[in-house]
Design a binder for this molecule. Structure first.
Ligand code: SF4
Ligand code: MG
Length: 316
């Protein structure tokens, strides 16, 4: 059962001199209630833009986003506000996303205040409870963001997202800026909260190692398009898309069993600009398996095995 349905969503930005950046270019995806969907890709692949579009921080250029079967884009303003309350975001840089002039309690209560969910003593109790739940002391409500470490600030960002009792959270690189020793703590906190609150996550990261331990399924994006989508274990054991294979081979010692490809696959160059995406498969200029057809036609994508979807001419 899907909590979020994304149907052919595009997010194009219009820059100077009529340039169009196709940041998200036709993504369709169902996110199942209670799961964590990991979303990976290099910077510029459109994953953050997709996340922001789902939670309503950006407006889709085209396509539909449904929450519990309801088309958010078609909702009346008051309904849309209520729908958006259920869709919250945790940001990559907890330093930049916490207002340095506000006390922690007021930061956590931003959503409570905006939605007028609690005031006075009730508001104070909710803040204290949220601080405890993310592993901080209730007295911290009176302090300021600069008094906290990166990991603690991310806990505050998580408490802020939880305050309005969302059903779905986009976590946009929530651990990328943290020390390795802190990353696992934050992942474990997110897992615990998911169980307690029956949350669904879209967990964004730039590499597969970061999403491995939290994801039930994983999607791989490249230049605004989905390249592969599959169950986590299946993706690691049997990566089908050449881009996924390259991302996996970059994880040290992760893949003794990677089929036919024990060496690290080194990608040539950087991803092309989303202003002038190449024709055909967007990955073809960097792909070690590219064929003639790849430069001309975008593969349609196909479910090769149950639950394992890939967009590549090798499997059409
Ligand atoms: Fe490589 Fe062609 Fe598959 Fe694209 S479609 S990933 S270029 S083989
Ligand atoms: Mg990003």
């Amino acid at each position: 059962e899907s909590i979020i349905e994304i149907r052919n969503v595009k997010k194009h930005f219009h820059g100077p001199s009529n340039l169009t950046v196709k940041s998200v270019d036709g993504i369709s995806l169902n996110i199942r209630r209670g799961e964590t969907l990991g979303l990976v890709g290099e910077s510029g692949s459109g994953k953050s833009t997709l996340g922001r579009t789902i939670v309503g921080l950006l407006k889709a250029t085209e396509g539909q986003i449904l929450f519990n079967g309801q088309d958010i884009g078609q909702a009346k303003p008051r309904e849309k506000r209520e729908l958006n309350r259920h869709l919250q975001m945790i940001f990559q840089d907890p330093h930049a996303s916490l207002n340095p002039r506000l006390r922690i309690g007021d930061i956590i209560a931003e959503g409570l205040d905006a939605y007028k969910l609690a005031r006075g003593a009730a508001r104070k109790d909710i803040i204290a409870d949220l601080l405890l739940r993310v592993g901080l002391h209730p007295d911290h409500a009176h302090r300021f963001p600069h008094e906290f470490s990166g990991g603690q600030r991310q806990r505050i960002g998580i408490a802020r997202a939880l305050a309005v009792k969302p059903r779905f959270i986009v976590a946009d690189e929530p651990i990328s800026a943290l020390d390795v020793s802190i990353q696992a703590q934050i992942v474990n906190l997110l897992k615990d909260l998911q169980r307690e609150e029956e949350l669904t996550y879209l967990f964004i990261a730039h590499d597969l190692a970061m999403v491995k331990h939290i994801s039930d399924r994983i999607g791989v994006m490249y230049l605004g398009k989905m390249m592969e989508l599959s169950g986590r274990d299946d993706l690691f054991a049997n990566p089908l898309h050449p881009y996924t294979q390259a991302l996996l081979s970059a994880i040290p010692a992760a893949h003794p069993r990677l089929k036919g490809q024990r060496e690290r696959i080194r990608l040539q160059g950087n991803p092309p600009s989303p202003i002038h995406p190449p024709a055909g498969c967007p990955f073809h200029q960097r792909c070690f398996a590219a064929m003639d057809v790849c430069a001309n036609r975008m593969p349609a994508g196909r479910e090769v095995e149950t639950g394992h979807w890939v967009a590549c001419h090798l499997y059409e």
